[in-house]
Write a protein that binds this ligand. Sequence first.
Ligand SMILES: [Zn+2]
Length: 494
Amino acid sequence: MRIAVAEIAQETDSFSSLTADLTDFESYGLYFGAEILQRMPGVGPIGGFLEIAAGQTAPVTILPIVRAFGSAGGTITAETFAFLVDKLVEGLKQSLPLDGVFLSLHGAAASTHEDDVEGALLQAARNVVGDKIPIVVALDHHANITQRMVACANALIGHETQPHDPPATGRKAAKVLFRMLHGEIRPTVRWRKIPMITPQDQFLTSAGPMKEWFDLARQMEQRRGVLDVSPYPMQPWLDVAEGGWAVVVHTDDNPELAQALASEMAEKAWSLRDQFWVSARVAPSEAVRQAVAAERGLVILSDTGDSVFGGAPGDSTCILRALLEQRIDGPAFVPMVDAAAVTAALIAGVGASLTFALGGKMDNLFSQPVQVSGKVVAVSQGFTVDLQDRGICDLGRTALLQVGSIFIALLQHRCFAINHPVLYSHLGLDIADAKMVVLKTASNFQFFQRWRHQLVRVDSPGTTQSDLTAFHWQRLPRPIYPLDQVTRTKETKA
Ligand SMILES: [Zn+2]
C-alpha cells in the first residue's frame, strides 16, 4: 500500500502588513523527502498519521513529499505559493503509482493572486493522482471551506478542540483513509456554508457556544453510519471571496443523513450567532489596573489584537505603553518582536543601559514605537527547543531588557515560543516570579496553566483585533453576519 504524505500549512491574516515567503516556512520547519520521517513522529497531523500507519497489519509504504509549516502570518507571496504547489505536484508524480494521499493543510491560507490556497493545492493533487485515489485531509478547524476543496478531497477532517490537538486530528483523518483503502467505508460528504464571521473571544471549545456546537458534532458522530462531523468556525481575519463559517459532514455512503446533519449543524451555529459575539474585553489601561489590583499572579494579559498565532506581527506596544504609564511594581513579563532592538542589546551587552524606540515597526498602523530606557540583563545568541507535538522551535537571537519591574523579552523574529514559558526561562526568568505576563494570543494560554490565576482579555487594536466591523473588508461575500442584515442561512449545493 503506497501512501503519499505532505503538509503545506499556513494561516493568513489578510489585514497584516507582513507577507509570508519561504523564510517563514523555513523558520517553522521546511522539510523534504526522508527528512519528514525523521522529524515528524509525534509532531502535528503527520505525526498522528505516522502513528496509525505504523499500527497497520498490511505493509504500508510512506512516500513523504514536503512538510512546509508557516504558522500564521501575512498573505503568501505568489512566488512561494508557486514553489509549494510545484513541490507537491512533482513529489506526487515521482511517487506514482499511489493508493492514497494524506495531506495536512491549514485551510485558511491565501496568496497574492489565489484566495483559495488549499483548493488550489487539492486541485493540483487531484490532477496528478486522478479521480480514483482517495485524498484525505487533516485541517485546522479555523479553515475556510470552499467548493473546490470539497470537490477535490474525499474527506476534510478538522480539529476537535481549541486549543488544538494536531496529532489527534492526524490520527482521526488517517483512520478514515485506511478504512477507505481497506474497503470498509465509502465516505459521502455534504456541507453547508454558514454566512457569518465571529471574533476569537468565544473560540475556546471548552465553554460557551463553541462548546455547545462542537459537542453536537461529537454527539452526531456516535450515530450509526456517521464517520465525521467537522465544524469550521473560520478564523476571522481572512478577507477572501468564499469566506465564512462552514460545516462538513462525512457519512458512510448515506447522502441523506449527511445532508440532514449538515443542515442541523448550520442551523445550530446560526441560532447561537449572537452568543458568539459576547466578549469580556477591557481597554488596555483598565486591563493593567485589574492586573495590578489582583491579589496574586499570575495574571495573563491576552493581547487579542496582536495575536502572533493569528498572524499578527507581535510588535504591538499597546499594553507595554499602559504598563509604563501606570508605573506598575509587580514584575511584568512582556514579549516584543524587534530585530533592531535585539541587535542593539547584543552589541551593548549584559549590564549596559539602553534607550531606544521599541516595537511598533512592522505594524505601525495599529501601534507606534514606544520610548524605553532600560538595562540589558540577559542575551542569547540563538536557541532551539523541542516543543514536543509542536516540533522544533528556533527562537533565534533574543535579549532581556529590564525597565523598572517590566522585563521585556526581545525577539529577533516571531516564533511559537512567544507564547511559551521557555521564552523567559531561557533568559533566566522564572514564571513563578511574575505578577503578570502578556501573551500574544487570544486562545492559547495552556502553556501557562500551571501559574494562571486570572485572565484579562485586552481589547487591543491590531491585525487580529476582535472588532471585526472596524476592518475594511473587500472580498468577503456579502451579505454576511454581522456586517450585514442576514435573515437566514443559505443552502449549499452538495
Ligand atoms: Zn486554528
